[in-house]
Design a protein around this ligand. Structure first.
Ligand SMILES: Nc1ncnc2c1ncn2[C@@H]1O[C@H](COP(=O)(O)OP(=O)(O)OP(=O)(O)O)[C@@H](O)[C@H]1O
Ligand SMILES: [Mg+2]
Length: 264
């Protein structure tokens, strides 16, 4: 009987709170799940799909592959008490940003995980393009014009996901990335996002020293290689340059033999 009374009391209490739009459930959702900061943008999932962002759409082989990758990476991060990783590759155009955006969305879709995706490619920032964002400012403005993060962060309307996009090309990126403003950025990011996974989209390792300037900013690295294009020698050089950094694993992208989905 006691439990029925308790349940009734709770129901009445909830109904009253609901009237005031203060349902305890909604509050938990708003406080803990939906990012409370960032400029709001409405994304277009079909446009993103055309740009190979597949994780907004469930139940296809491509998004299944990203969910599998997400779960493997989350396990490694939790096992090691890490909360940040960077995505890079030996060379350009292999699909780093495509992987970063898909993975960030797949991770945010895990109900327990909030994610911040940071576009740290100051020469060719493209994260915003994959989301179809028309942001006027980006991380370059944080570094070069002292724009506050609150004016740059974007909430793309995907629960638990916040994006720190780039915009335009920053001259002197390697000096910027190893300079004092970068340390300030990392302090700000880390203090505001303690329970979030932070994913950094990086430029290629072998093209410039930008990646080497950032290695102290994250716990681990995910390497993307392109089937039929990335050479073993390039992977070897990359691993030598990043030696000492934790390697989460390697993504073989643009494969001619993608995994079959069927009913499993
Ligand atoms: N799995 C894939 N299959 C086919 N095309 C792909 C795949 N992944 C990415 N691409 C395409 O490859 C091109 C480069 O992708 P992306 O911008 O992600 O590469 P990147 O490595 O980040 O490049 P950059 O070095 O310029 O930063 C894009 O046109 C993208 O759509
Ligand atoms: Mg890129």
């Amino acid at each position: 009987m006691g439990s029925i009374h308790d349940a009734l009391d709770k129901a009445i209490q909830n109904a009253e709170l609901e009237k005031e739009n203060l349902s305890p459930l909604k509050n938990v959702y708003q406080d803990q799940v939906i990012p409370t900061y960032g400029i709001h943008y409405r994304i277009d999932p079909d446009l993103m799909r055309q740009r190979r962002i597949v994780t907004l759409h469930n139940y296809n082989a491509e998004s299944e592959a990203f969910r599998m990758l997400r779960t493997k990476i989350l396990k490694q991060l939790r096992d090691n008490n890490w909360n940040s990783f960077a995505i890079t590759a030996p060379t350009q155009d292999v699909g780093k940003t495509t992987v970063a955006v898909n993975l960030a969305i797949a991770m945010a879709m895990d109900v327990n995980q909030s994610v911040l995706l940071v576009d740290l490619d100051l020469r060719h920032p493209k994260v915003h393009w994959y989301f179809g964002l028309e942001n006027e400012v980006g991380l370059r403005d944080y570094f070069l014009s002292d724009k506050p993060l609150s004016d740059i962060l974007i909430n793309p309307g995907i629960d638990r996901l916040t994006v720190l996009p780039g915009r335009g090309q920053a001259i002197g990126s390697s000096e910027i990335l190893s300079g004092p403003r970068m340390k300030t950025l990392m302090n700000e990011i880390n203090s505001r996002n303690q329970s979030k996974i932070i994913i950094f989209d990086l430029p290629p390792v072998l093209a410039t020293d930008d990646v080497l300037s950032t290695v102290d900013c994250y716990d681990a690295i995910l390497l993307v290689v392109e089937e039929g294009k990335t050479q073993p020698e390039e992977i070897k050089k990359t691993l030598q340059l990043l030696s000492g950094k934790n390697l989460l694993g390697t993504v073989l992208n643009k494969s001619q033999n993608p995994p079959e989905h069927k009913s499993y």
